[in-house]
Design a protein around this ligand. Structure first.
Ligand SMILES: *[C@@H]1O[C@H](CO)[C@@H](O)[C@H](O)[C@H]1NC(C)=O
Length: 407
């Protein structure tokens, strides 16, 4: 522990010193103050968030190993996205509906970006075959949360310029992080019989990236995602990405980690069939109906998303969302977080993605473990709730499944 914090201290000194020598840039290439700190390392306010990525100052370059419904080249992890996390590991999503797009290809073509588009089709693959869907989702969910590519950060902004910048940078960062090659060089290659230890994979990736890399295993103990964490000096398209240690630790077992071959049909393994079933149910959602209850508190959520203690609980439908995460809906409509930060369901609410842990039943949002409300509702009051612990009454939200809804 001691040596770790000493190391962190030295790194802070190193990066502070480096600040005097490295320049940083706005999205449009004009320069930023030369002493702009690395994201998440500032010790005072930085008002110009066109030069300083905030609040999502941790940038993750994420990759898939889609081996069932094999996706992309056999010898390549494919691009998942470029995600901003907050400095404390929580994150926002779908931050600005006015910037959302519905067709990524159209945007790229309108900017004459055929080459980028072709490259994206090679490396940025949707396992259901609709790459455009994945790109739209990634930009709308994560790209709209980036402060340094807001339209106001550009001098002569053309509508959707920032979308192209987001896609181009996502591909560039991805290309500098060739996971497959790095693993292969360490003797870690796909196999139906060999397995690997956590330490082997950890060392292979850390020795190349220079920092701890997060790798995720699926329910078959097979490697299926890699996340590289960075801080950023300057803007998303022009800035300097500095590797940092992963902020979470791997869920893979210490030994026996599989690295399955990407191949067209699964032959022997039952476990692979299990994954395929879950992938299929994503395409045709099978939702669970149930109540949203508050742990250690009376009452539950009613259909508008508010907390109520003296009535019947609303039935919520919980279903797997297309690109990870879960969606919630009540009879009023889909659920999300409204512009005041409250949980809400109904028309006019933008569907958000929640996380759900089926073993504990906990429903969470944006990496925040719990939820809070301003007060416990009195007899007939409906009290709104927010993700996180910013309000007085803190609790966890539990999805209590009642029955299965088949759509
Ligand atoms: C870092 O900068 C942001 C944006 O200006 C500000 O909100 C935050 O308080 C700053 N952090 C510190 C420790 O001063």
């Amino acid at each position: 522990m001691v040596s770790h914090s000493v190391l962190q201290y030295l790194l802070v000194i190193a990066s502070t010193t480096a600040a005097h020598y490295s320049s940083s840039f706005r999205a449009d290439g004009s320069s930023c103050p030369s002493d702009i700190p690395l994201s998440c390392t500032n010790s005072s306010q930085i008002p110009d968030t066109c030069c300083f990525e905030y609040p999502g100052g941790v940038l993750l370059q994420t990759q898939f190993w889609d081996y069932d419904y094999p996706t992309g080249p056999d010898d390549m992890f494919t691009l998942h996205g470029l995600w901003p996390d907050n400095c404390d590991g929580t994150y926002s999503q779908f931050c600005d509906s006015s910037l959302q797009i519905s067709d990524a290809e159209e945007v790229l073509i309108s900017f004459g970006e055929q080459q980028l588009l072709e490259r994206m089709h090679e490396v940025w693959k949707d396992y259901q075959g609709n790459d455009n869907n994945l790109w739209v989702h990634e930009f709308n969910k994560h790209g709209t949360c980036l402060s340094t590519i807001k339209p106001s950060c550009y001098e002569n902004f053309e509508t959707n310029r920032e979308v192209v910048d987001y896609f181009r940078k996502s591909v560039e960062l991805f290309e500098g992080l060739p996971t497959y090659k790095w693993l292969e060089a360490a003797g870690i290659t796909p196999s139906d019989s060999r397995t690997y230890s956590k330490q082997q994979i950890d060392e292979a990736l850390r020795s190349r990236f220079g920092k701890e890399v997060y790798f995720k295993c699926d329910r078959n103990h097979a490697l299926n995602e890699i996340w590289y964490f960075h801080h950023l000096r300057g803007s998303i398209p022009q800035g300097n990405y500095v590797p940092i240690d992963a902020m979470i630790s791997s869920n893979c077992p210490s030994f026996g980690i599989k690295f399955p071959l990407k191949k067209a049909s699964s032959t022997s393994s039952d476990t692979i069939t299990a994954t395929k079933t879950s992938a299929t149910s994503t395409a045709t959602p099978t939702g669970n109906g149930g109540y949203l209850k508050l742990e250690n508190q009376a009452g539950c959520l009613i259909s508008n998303g508010k907390w109520f203690v003296s009535g019947t609980c609303a039935t919520y439908k919980l279903s797997e969302a297309s690109f990870g995460g879960y969606q919630l809906a009540s009879s009023k409509g889909v659920c999300g977080i409204d512009s005041d930060g409250y949980f809400a369901c109904g028309s006019g609410v933008i569907a958000a993605q929640f996380d759900y842990d089926s073993s504990s039943g906990h429903v969470t949002y944006g990496g925040q473990p719990g939820w809070s409300a301003g007060r416990v509702p009195s007899r007939n009051a409906q009290v709104p709730i927010v993700p996180g612990s910013s309000l007085n009454v803190n609790f966890r939200l539990i999805f209590e499944a009642r029955y299965k809804i088949i759509q």
